[in-house]
Ligand binder design. Sequence first.
Ligand code: F6P
Length: 324
Amino acid sequence: IKNIGVLTSGGDSPGMNAAIRAVVRASIYHNLKVTGILRGYEGLIQADFIPMDGQSVANIIQRGGTILKTARCDAFRTKEGRELAHKNLVESDIDALVVIGGDGTFTGADLFSSEFDFPIIGLPGTIDNDLAGTDFTIGYDTAINTVVNAVDKIRDTAESHDRLFIVEVMGRDSGLIALRSGIGVGAEAIMIPEAKMGVDDLICRLETGRKDKASKIIIVAEGDEAGGAYVVGEALKEKFPKSDIRISVLGHIQRGGKPSCMDRVLASRFGVAAVEGLLAGKTDVMVGQINREIVFTPFSQSIKHIDAKAISPTWLRLVEILSL
Ligand code: F6P
């Protein structure tokens, strides 16, 4: 391997810049060239490449977003798109790839790997933490801290007005952001797809729960089957017409901001492991960390529709004990 291409793809996550920096610095350390690919697979198909050096990643470890930009790319889902991407890589003398992203990124990488003999390693970069093969993904820690900071503020006003707030957090198909942040803010209830609580169950819990505390925070994961904060809010307003209920959808603030130290360190470790993994002959795998050790998991096993990261009953029990 002489020239590693690096890209970020899918939804951005805080810490992606730290990961890019680590890939670039590790490549330089091992006397390799490194090429930045702009806007993920889109840039691969359009041959939008930039040479990178130590200076190009200076002072980015603390920055949210991704200096390489990112996109969700439909063309890479087609065989023609992937063929063009491969041709561009070969013509530019790029002979290995590091892709930083989530489920969609690794689905594409796995397909690419099955079609071409081309070394490719993934770094888990998504706030959702919904990949198997790592305890944490890059960006998750920052996102849950963003949620905690926001909900702490909502709690202040909720308490002043004796209001019930339904706060919706991100996580397309996963309740992991809701679960941890919900525990962190002391939520009165947490609705996540993995627990299938349902609005009726929530109403029952509110009816039987503490009566001495008028302010309540309900955290709802965006992917919960109940249908999101507005649907839950309407049902509660109907059932409890005397309650003062407000909705807050936190949205994309969860994807931005300075990465936490946890995310910076995780991303730095993963970036170096990816470059050294490629040099050791690894391909078609995602770098992860399980019980503090670096592990490599085949893309096909890391993506959630194959091996969903289930939430253990012990977490659900914790919520049960601590809420309401
Ligand atoms: O996968 C990360 C994520 O932030 C999900 O939690 C969310 O559903 C989705 O991306 C939003 O994507 P977009 O920014 O493209 O609307």
